[in-house]
Design a protein around this ligand. Sequence first.
Ligand code: ADP
Ligand code: MG
Length: 607
Amino acid sequence: MTDPAMELPFYYGSISRAEAEEQLKLAGMSDGLFLLRQCLRSLGGYVLSLVWNLQFNHYPVEKLLNGTYCVSGGKPHCGPAELCEYYSKDEDGLVCTLRKPCLRTADTPIRPGVFDTLRENILREYVRKTWNLEGEAMEQAIVSQAPQLEKLIATGAHENMNWFHGKIARQEGERRLYSGTQPDGKFLVRQKDDTGTFALSLVYGKTVYHYQIQRDKTGKYLMPEGTKFDTVWQLVEYLKMKPDGLVTILKDPCVNRNNAANATPAVPPGRLDRRSGNGYTPAPVTTDSSMRLETLKDRPAMPMDSSEFTSPYDDPEELKEKKLFLKREQLMIDEVELGSGNFGCVKKGVYKMRKKHVDVAIKVLKSENEKGVKDEMMREAEIMHQLDNPYIVRMIGICQAESLMLVMEMASGGPLHKFLSSKKDQVSVENVVELMHQVSLGMLYLEQNNFVHRDLAARNVLLVNQHYAKISDFGLSKALGADDNYYKARSAGKWPLKWYAPECVLFHKFSSKSDVWSFGVTMWEAFSYGGKPYKKMKGPEVMSFIQNGDRMDSPPGCPETMYTVMLDCWTFKHEDRPSFAKVEERMRTFYYSISKKSPSEVPEPVE
Ligand code: ADP
Ligand code: MG
């Protein structure tokens, strides 16, 4: 996550005390000269280095559990910038006020900390192991869920580490350390049976030493009398650099085969089993699955928990049989209707693949006679066939039998506007932001791949569950040529005018920028919990409303930042309108900022 000190010109990142003093010397050692650097010991903490009387003074700045920052014993401040501003006016216990910032030069970038890079790697490792994701799917999981993942990792990451052996007895720890070679510094961490506390076992001179990892009142981990850390894995990383009271520093991990085995589990861990309904099944990744359940028990639902996060063809076995046209025998059609349109209806069904059964939604064409409608559906299938993103409804294939059928992934939560208007009191604003960020990720994917959707609206955003949205209905979509920025429609059809940008209505020009306009309207629908946009107006009236410079008001309770994004999406000139690259970034920044503050909610699964 971004470091709040990043934007301060006197912040140096992870430099040592000696390096800080070197910088201050170079800058002239005047009284009140200061800089800020990262603290190695506490997660999110800093050190303020200050010159007075040609002497260096180093003050640790701690990040408290409530998210505020303070110099030991001093007043709390909401961020490092505010803290420094305060001490520039009032010395309040320091040797003097902060008078002159020791500024970084152009060739001195902020140095990333060990934990910054480590955290990134751990995050990837965690996602890879827990959900069995790779590549682009892993990146998408991380970008959409970073705040929740960081919370999980802060407390539970040690469970996935190769040096963590779970609940084993001291003797078993020794047995494992004595097997194979016993170089100094070979170590493991185990959990003590009775108390749930941790112990470190370490080889030195062919002897195993055991250390209790202590926890102080605030929950921090430490070696007796040693440095305190927020997490077990940080303590271990620190002990690799400094002995902190141990006989030696930690070197080679005694590898726990269960944690080190990267073999793909038969069922991806933590995913919903496609046939077994809604139960979430956390996977026994470590030797002791009960412990894992402990940390995952109350965590919010994440898109990666659903099998729909990756394509059913992600499995190489299934990919072998992938064909555009599906065999009728493999498709079971339910009588249940999920929805309908002028083409016909959408039915529920199951598609039998080689290894698994997939719940599907089947768009069934009404009659075969209307050639035009059939062509339209084939075009929709062609578009969907080219798309593969977690936030877009995937097509499984087409089936030509009693009628022409488009077989898609199932999004059982139904359209966004209906869901929000019926569950208004159960869905927080944060939840709406989360879903709209996911929609912006799906739209960013379309923008990057030169597709225009042309019918983005809340009715075409379907939910897999309360925390997972997908864009659907590619009936009007177009793939743009490599050099084209827009699609020009020859004639106006039955168009969703209230969702359309001025250039669509006036010049029939469609681009990702016009999709951005529709995204703004979709946001308005979402934040008004399924309200109807431009309520009393007819489609053509909306155009003059917009041309007059008017825009819809902010829905009640909508965060101001989100309304600002909407207004920017409704920039009249498409050249001045933000792209999805920009929109997604703004949705993400806002989403991260609010989910950091509020405690994670216990999810309400969609029935
Ligand atoms: P139209 O072109 O008529 O708008 P849509 O693709 O939007 O067709 O589908 C119409 C309705 O069918 C949707 O509003 C939704 O209720 C249902 N539906 C469509 N696709 C799915 C799906 N993949 N999963 C679940 N329901 C779906
Ligand atoms: Mg639709």
